[in-house]
Design a protein around this ligand. Structure first.
Ligand code: ADP
Ligand code: MG
Length: 243
């Protein structure tokens, strides 16, 4: 198993308030990891540290595909390899769907417009919205916008794709279409780390589920182990409340 993300002794604090306490976590190539846990447990902070959207303590170490995650020259390289999909889509409102997906490969990788457009069309077809290519994000439903955001992240051919509650801002009837795209993606060998409240998705799709509470990984295991025979009282209490 080749590690794509290796996190050692991750400590993150805001002033005197420690949000992440010495987290160790290794993610293998092709692995799908779901991160669950109560609000405020540090899930977003954990995944935002992976591409250094959040800085972290000097004694901590994160390595992505062999490159240390540190401020400075290598950071652009790391970010080009780490795709991120947010709860709030974050598409560029003044650009068409197609342009949104073309932008990063052209800017960051120097891809020619024609090639970038061809790839963007492929990806939009893959997430089932090729027919929306010439529209603007504001003309799309939330579920469609989130599928564009996934296509946009994929356009950089990232080594790992991070999702932070990708369906939490969606109307209930649109959750399924986004989860379906993510399920399909998981089946293609893309390495994924998914913060989610969708326990059904985690059970069905994850190779490993991580339960966080209070800035720590309390327990992790296969979906069957974690959901059917949780070992820790805090895990059991959380699952009782959400299932
Ligand atoms: P989760 O994603 O699990 O809900 P977060 O990672 O967003 O949790 O937050 C973990 C903790 O860090 C929470 O207690 C939150 O209030 C705190 N926190 C997050 N961002 C900041 C910030 N910019 N400044 C201070 N505290 C923060
Ligand atoms: Mg969060």
């Amino acid at each position: 198993m080749k590690p794509i993300v290796s996190i050692k002794n991750l400590v993150k604090a805001y002033g005197s308030f420690t949000v992440l306490h010495r987290i160790d976590l290794t993610i293998a190539e092709g692995e799908v990891v779901c991160v669950i846990g109560p609000s405020g447990s540090g899930k977003s902070t954990l995944i935002r540290c992976i591409n250094h959207l959040e800085g972290f303590a000097a004694e901590s170490e994160i390595v992505v595909d062999g490159v240390a995650v540190l401020p400075g020259a290598n950071l652009a390289r790391v970010r080009a390899e780490v795709g991120m999909v947010f709860q709030s889509f974050n598409l560029f409102p003044h650009m068409t769907v197609l342009k949104n997906v073309m932008l990063a490969p052209m800017r960051v990788r120097g891809m020619k417009a024609e090639a970038a457009a061809a790839r963007a069309r492929d990806l939009l077809a893959r997430v089932g919205i090729l027919e929306q290519a010439e529209k603007f994000p504001g003309q799309l439903s939330g579920g469609q916008q989130q599928r564009v955001a996934i296509a946009r992240a994929l356009a950089m051919e990232p080594r790992v794709l991070l999702f932070d509650e990708p369906t939490s801002a969606l109307d209930p009837e649109m959750v399924g279409e986004v989860l379906d795209v993510m399920k399909k993606l998981a089946g293609t060998g893309v390495t994924m780390v998914v913060v989610t409240h969708e326990m059904g998705f985690a059970r069905q799709v994850a190779d490993r589920v991580i339960f966080m509470d209070g800035g720590r990984i309390v327990e992790s295991g296969t979906p069957a182990a974690l959901f059917d025979s949780p070992q820790e009282a805090r895990t059991r209490a959380f699952l009782r409340a959400v299932l």
